[in-house]
Design a protein around this ligand. Structure first.
Ligand code: F6P
Length: 555
């Protein structure tokens, strides 16, 4: 396995970046009027303009060489052919198979998994149609009309994000809730809003061992039994989405009430599998299938387009440029679409759990920075909160701006204003404003020379802040599917170039294990506990303080 930082392409990128340090991005536009067209690409209903990054044609060519040196094309082939590229877990990575309607075979351990995927899809579709038509009845005989998805991480963020994104497609009279946090307030608040007689609980967990999900599922079951449901009614009010039939059965859910997926579907890549059932129930099967098909279109593009025209690969390479050569340690995702308000949270798991790694696949320390900190909020809200730092802070933050040209809810001139802000921000971030410009503006507004001089430094915008613009005609199930697939493949490409395994997540284990150890040391309310003996001094004192507070009598 090669150390990518020792490749000729890496060295060339360092040289090119040094040469570009004094170049303004706008100079790159001035040098070649065709830049906007040459630095953009279209695929699967999405248009990506990456021309507002401080990236020359030479640097782009060197990035493509870097992808070549990392063996990106053969890595893509390895993933889609079912090789066990998740080496630390000895698993294939085949979320693309879940949304492939072409009849292609996908081999895992010598067997084609496509027929199993198709069969499970048929079961899901039948169940979704029953829910839609009111044929699924609760214990009172009334149709089930409410779902509560109980899951966390990949078993929550994807479905929740997609359900929010597809709000215009919601079926009339159906409601979806998502409970993830082990904080009992999350479940309690949700249960207050639902009717036990018409609620379907969906226990979503790949492993069916996750503490938060199992605790919430047990509490939901206990609540259901207290609210008039009988043991025999659990079967019609609780279903499971999982790979672990044994644990599902042990929980008390029969296999016929379980929708399954497989270990070659990573948790954060699972919204295309049975884990997406809540999307199908809230938005209808047709919308869910259209989302899968949109993702499939992006997959087909990803598999076949040359890297120089390959949208996920290009997005990945621009990210590498900004992260490793321009020094951007953070990446903001800024959807100018209220319905995409959970996309940044979803992408946080996708990107940070995948590429937040310091060790290569070969077990050596990485020689360069890997995944950036990802955050974001819908525009325009973010503009009135954290954009200040993106414009004038000391760090370079790479940004993706997303927008749909047409709104699902046209209202006065709202959408024109939204789009104007979407465009203005990327232009402002690139152009910036010099001190001389600021001073001239202040003088023109009537300020004295002394006052203008004093204020001007505060009004300077350095500019050259890198942005991508991702545009679509409308946010539909198809474009949503394509968008999510775009980011999935981007993250994969970056992992390949950095030489890390994007499909494991060992970094979540240590905290989970420690929480299990600490749990018996936390006092029940009103209980007096002797001080803990283990742990570091800070943790010990915090446990003592928490236990003292919990032991104290309520006023
Ligand atoms: O703790 C991390 C994690 O394993 C994620 O990767 C996963 O999406 C989440 O927990 C939930 O896991 P499960 O679906 O097995 O409950």
């Amino acid at each position: 396995m090669i150390d990518i930082t020792k490749s000729a392409a890496w060295a060339r990128l360092e040289t090119l970046q040094a040469g570009l340090r004094k170049t303004r991005t706008i100079d790159l536009f001035n040098a070649g009027p065709e830049r906007a067209a040459a630095f953009s690409v279209e695929a699967a209903g999405l248009f990506l303009d990456y021309s507002k990054n401080r990236l020359s044609a030479d640097a782009r060519a060197a990035l493509l060489d870097l992808a070549g040196a990392a063996g990106l094309e053969s890595a893509i082939r390895a993933m889609v052919s079912g090789e066990k590229i998740n080496t630390t877990e000895d698993r294939a990575v085949l979320h693309v198979a879940l949304r492939d309607f072409s009849g292609r075979a996908y081999q895992v351990d010598g067997a084609d998994v496509a027929p199993r995927i198709a069969a499970e899809r048929v079961r899901m579709a039948a169940f979704a149609r029953k829910f839609e038509t009111g044929a699924l009845k609760g214990f009172s005989g009334a149709p089930l009309d409410t779902i509560v998805n109980i899951g966390i991480g990949g078993s929550d963020l994807g479905p929740l994000m997609a359900v929010e994104a597809l709000r215009p497609y919601w079926l009339k009279g159906k409601r979806a809730f998502f409970v993830s946090n082990v904080d009992g307030q999350h479940l309690a608040d949700t249960l207050e809003a639902v009717d036990p007689a018409t609620t379907l609980f969906i226990v979503a967990s790949k492993t069916f061992t996750t503490q938060e999900t199992m605790t919430n599922a047990q509490s939901a079951r206990a609540w259901f039994l207290k609210q008039g449901g009988a043991e025999k009614d659990v079967a019609s009010h609780f279903i499971a989405l999982s790979t672990n039939e044994k644990a599902v059965t042990a929980f008390g859910i029969a296999p016929e009430n379980m929708f399954q997926f497989w270990d070659w579907v990573g948790g954060r890549y699972s919204m295309w599998s049975a884990i997406g059932l809540s999307i199908a129930l809230q938005c209808g099967w047709d919308a869910f299938e259209a989302m899968l098909k949109g993702a499939h279109r992006m997959d087909e593009h990803f598999r076949s387009a040359p890297l120089a025209r390959n949208m996920p690969a290009l997005l990945a390479l621009i990210g590498i440029w900004n992260r490793n050569f321009e020094g951007a340690a953070a990446h903001a995702v800024l959807p100018y679409d209220q319905h995409l308000h959970r996309l940044p949270a979803y992408l946080q798991q996708l990107d940070m759990e995948s590429n937040g790694k310091s060790v290569t696949k070969a077990g050596a320390s990485v020689a360069c920075a890997t995944g950036p900190v990802l955050f974001g909020e819908p525009g325009t809200n973010g503009q009135h909160a954290f954009y200040q730092l993106i414009h004038q802070g000391t760090d370079v933050i790479a940004c993706d701006f997303l927008a749909a040209a047409k709104s699902a809810s046209p209202l006065g001139d709202h959408h024109e204003k939204l789009l104007a802000n979407f465009l203005a921000q990327t232009e402002a971030l690139m152009l910036g404003k010099s001190e001389a410009e600021a001073r001239a503006e202040l003088s023109a507004s009537g300020l004295s020379a002394a006052a203008a001089n004093a204020l001007a430094p505060h009004k300077v915008f350095p500019g050259d802040r890198p942005t991508n613009s991702i545009l679509m005609e409308r946010l539909t199930p198809e474009t949503l599917g394509a968008l999510v697939a775009l980011y999935e493949h981007k993250v994969f490409c970056q992992g390949v170039i950095w030489g890390i395994n994007s499909f494991d997540q060992w970094g979540v284990e240590l905290g989970k294990a420690l929480a299990k150890d600490i749990l018996p040391e936390i006092a029940r309310l009103g209980e007096k506990k002797s001080p803990p003996t283990a742990h570091d001094g800070s943790t010990r004192r915090l446990i003592e303080r928490i236990n003292a507070l919990r032991a104290a009598k309520e006023e």
